[in-house]
Design a protein around this ligand. Structure first.
Ligand SMILES: [Zn+2]
Length: 149
């Protein structure tokens, strides 16, 4: 999936799930992270360590606090720099984890071993195809229906 598609799908998902622009925004920034870090460190090994869900689940566990869902931009600003970064990073890595799920519908991703890619979900479209555009439009339509019902 392209970074634009990741951004749209991640923002739509997190906004519909939480109704919180801070959370959806942080996750949208994080949705580009696995491909960005891959370009920097694992360019020759597409979808390996950078796309291994275990690393992002560990990051979420590390940054988790029970009030993570109730945070707003104003509240975060009043909490101080450390708590603000903690919440930002939690939702940033939640976006990165969603990236992997989004990649799983358009190709294999690592499952149990970071260097072995597996077809986890059925392939719905090819990256950068008309199918990807139609998927994003259809996904947003479904999120809209979920929102108004
Ligand atoms: Zn990716």
């Amino acid at each position: 999936m392209t970074w634009v598609s990741h951004s749209i799908v991640t923002f739509a998902t997190l906004f519909v799930a939480t109704h919180n622009v801070f959370i959806a925004g942080c996750a949208t920034l994080g949705s580009a992270f696995p491909d960005q870090i891959e370009d920097a460190f694992w360019k020759s090994n597409h979808r390996s360590y950078s796309h291994w869900f275990v690393l992002y689940v560990a990051a979420l566990a590390f940054f988790w606090t029970p009030d993570m869902l109730s945070v707003t931009g104003v509240k975060v600003w009043q909490m101080g720099m450390i708590e603000m970064m903690r919440r930002f990073l939690f939702w940033f890595f939640a976006g990165a984890l969603l990236h992997i799920l989004e990649d799983a519908v358009c190709g294999p991703v690592p499952l149990w071993r970071p260097t072995k890619r597996t077809t986890v979900l059925p392939r719905l479209f090819k990256v950068k195809s008309v199918g990807e555009v139609l998927f994003v439009i259809g996904y947003c339509a479904i999120m809209y229906l979920v929102e108004i019902v």
